[in-house]
Ligand binder design. Structure first.
Ligand code: GDP
Ligand code: MG
Length: 643
């Protein structure tokens, strides 16, 4: 399996980069009857002598053996001493001075560098839960072997299938063991090594029978025929090995493991391998190249490699997608700034022109979700502001009594023949003042919009404030549009005067007036100082016809004049806003920005890149580099001709 190690290691590099789960190699599970040679087969796969073996029931708890590939000691020490990224520092094995070692889950902190001790510990731990007298337990022992010579792979050694309880074994030992085995081999990600000794009939193999139960198509079962050397004289396993007795899709591989005698005399693994080859050459010359422990290891490698190859397309897609994502991110960080002053000018100019384009409606990216820039300002002028103005009633908030009080206050102590003009003027001003609030609101809205495009602006509302003040400064009764209305009121007044000459109506009215409750009405403020708000007529009463007429005149005048002013305000506010605010900003933005920002002392600070950005750019670039490398590795592995 040595050839797989570099491949897996390189793939592991890929995974370290893309953060995906490591390609999960299938775990290899050995099944077979007791003493069929399961532990021996596993050992020859690992290439180390550390599993308890022997006659009778030896493996009495499942042993989950996790092999972990690590760098050779020399390399590990180099990385640890160097000041580069210390891959091993985060692992529990940093600082271990051995080339290979094992650890158990049940005593995590203990490091076993002596494989004899590992065997001893497995035996002790087995006895701890299963007793000393052949009892079994389904509770697995977890052993990790760290070595530069192993694949990252999980092997599971299981107790053998037995029929008759011995020692402390329960009556249903057979069922119990079967259940334990099934729990492991039913995992679809396990490869079943079904071990059957050559010196017993394959047709009675419990191992094959169990494997068939969970893998009826035989897609993940490999048959290992052990003890070829122990067959009765005059018999051989050729028919079996050729698949003529029972066909097995993935293959049937005959092996010769070390005998008990070999174990007792501590025969070296290499020696047994050599002897195995010699045996095969002698007894099965036609099959020698397709049998033996080494061939078994090769076959397993091939199966694992196929598995890896099946996983590669998905991995490749992942790497491609990630590369694209990281490339986009890297692009978004742009290049680090080199020429500070040129860059600043560029930024300011670009900003100012983008800003103006947004107002003009010539921006490169036209928003579709909402109005913005110039379009929004247009909306504010014509929809928001225009409609609000239109909705203002010229006579709103002005009751007839208000008008009457104003007339009376303007008249002073002596009754007047005509409706005094000053009352109109005062009331008209009061009504016009109501245009100020929506006008200022309009400025505010435009201002807000400008701020939305730019977070900078000063106050421009004074001009609009002045617009209303201008209207208030002089009520122009000679306004051409107002002339008609003035005429009308004059005619009404003269009619009034004629009527008064007759004296009759006047008298009647006077009577009516005197009858009416005079409270609060009898003492109008002196002269022409009128305070509309404080001196309201408090009591509602029916107005006399003259009062009604007076009111009507004033109302008509106010209405007419208000419409004139409103029209003018509606027209001049947007113009003022455009001139003093929008166009002003447009014209001065660039020079203002340059004036404020383009200073030698500021240059460095303004264009300083946040540390985060610089760091992220570096990290993303590194990741991209790693992804490219990963992509190469994957391509190489895919193209490699695999056995
Ligand atoms: P397990 O119970 O299935 O794990 O079997 P073991 O691996 O513990 O082997 C049981 C006994 O059979 C040991 O004494 C081994 O030395 C012996 N054994 C296993 N395989 C072979 C083989 O191929 N040839 C010979 N001669 N002995 C073997
Ligand atoms: Mg065993």
């Amino acid at each position: 399996m040595d050839t797989l190690i570099p491949t897996i290691n390189r793939l592991q590099e890929v995974f370290l980069t893309v953060g995906a789960e490591v390609i999960q190699l299938p775990q290899i599970v050995v099944v077979g009857s007791q003493s069929s040679g399961k532990s021996s087969v596993l050992e020859s796969l690992v290439g180390r002598d550390f599993l308890p073996r022997g006659s009778g029931i030896v493996t009495r708890r499942p042993l989950v053996l996790q092999l972990v590939n690590i760098a050779p000691l020399q390399e590990r020490q180099k990385t640890e001493n160097g000041n580069g990224i210390n891959q091993n520092a985060s692992n529990s094995y940093s600082g271990v001075k051995a080339e290979e070692w094992g650890t158990f889950l049940h005593c995590k902190n203990q490091i076993f560098t002596d494989f004899q001790q590992i065997r001893q510990e497995i035996e002790t731990e087995t006895e701890r839960t299963s007793g000393e007298n052949k009892g079994i337990s389904p509770e697995p022992i977890y052993l990790k072997i760290f070595s530069p010579k192993v694949l990252n792979l999980t092997l599971v050694d299981l107790p053998g299938i037995t029929k008759v309880p011995v020692g402390d074994q329960p009556e249903d030992i057979e069922a119990q063991v079967q259940e334990m085995i099934l729990s492991f081999i039913s995992n679809p990600n396990s490869l079943i090594l079904s071990v059957s000794p050559a010196n017993s009939d394959l047709a009675t193999s419990d191992a094959l029978k169990l494997a068939r139960e969970v893998d009826p198509d035989g897609r993940r079962t490999l048959l290992v025929v052990s003890k070829l050397d122990l067959m009765d004289a005059g018999t051989d396993a050729l028919e079996v090995l050729l698949g003529r007795v029972i066909p097995v899709k993935l293959g049937i591989i005959g092996v010769v493991n070390r005998s008990q005698h070999d174990i007792n005399t501590q025969k070296k693994l290499e020696d047994s391998m050599r002897d195995e080859q010699a045996f095969l050459q002698r007894h099965y010359p036609s099959l020698a190249s397709r049998a033996g422990s080494r061939y078994l290891a090769k076959t397993l490698s091939r199966l694992l490699m196929h598995h890896i190859r099946d996983c590669l397309p998905e991995l490749k897609t992942r790497v491609t997608v990630l590369s694209a994502q990281y490339q986009t991110r890297l692009n978004s960080y742009g290049q680090p700034v080199e020429d500070h002053s040129a860059t600043l000018l560029q930024i300011v100019t670009k900003f100012a022109s983008d800003y103006c384009h947004t107002i003009e409606g010539t921006a490169r990216y036209i928003q579709t979700s909402e109005l913005c820039g110039g379009a929004r300002i247009c909306y504010i002028f014509h929809e928001t502001f225009g409609r609000t103005l239109q909705s203002i009633d010229p006579l709103g908030g002005l009751s007839e009594l208000d008008i009457l009080t104003a007339i009376r206050n303007a008249t002073g102590p002596r009754p007047a023949l005509f409706v005094p003009e000053v009352s109109f003027e005062l009331l008209a001003k009061r009504q016009i003042k109501r245009l100020e609030e929506p006008s200022l609101r309009c400025v505010e809205l435009v201002h807000e919009e400008l701020q939305r495009i730019i977070q900078h602006c000063s106050s421009y509302s004074t001009q609009v404030h002045n617009l209303v003040a201008i209207e208030l400064a002089y009520i122009n009764t000679k306004h051409p549009d107002f002339a008609d209305a003035a005429q009308v009121s004059a005619s009404v007044n003269s009619q009034q005067a004629e009527a008064l000459d007759g004296g009759k109506r006047w008298k009647n009215e006077k009577v009516a007036e005197e009858k009416a409750p005079p409270a609060g009405f009898g003492s109008p403020s002196k002269g022409r100082a009128i305070n509309l708000l404080d001196t309201a007529v408090p009591v509602a009463r029916k107005l006399s016809s003259r009062e009604q007429r007076d009111c009507e005149v004033i109302q008509r005048l106010i209405n007419c004049y208000f419409l004139i002013v409103r029209k003018s305000i509606q027209d001049s506010v947007p113009k003022t806003v455009m001139h003093f605010l929008v166009n002003f900003v447009k014209e001065h933005l660039q020079s203002e920005l340059v004036g404020q920002l383009y200073k030698q002392t500021l240059l460095q600070d303004l264009l300083i890149e946040s540390q985060d950005t610089a760091q992220q750019r570096t990290e993303v670039a590194q990741m991209l580099e790693a992804l490219k490398k990963a992509n190469n590795i994957i391509s190489e592995i895919r193209e490699t001709h695999l056995w």
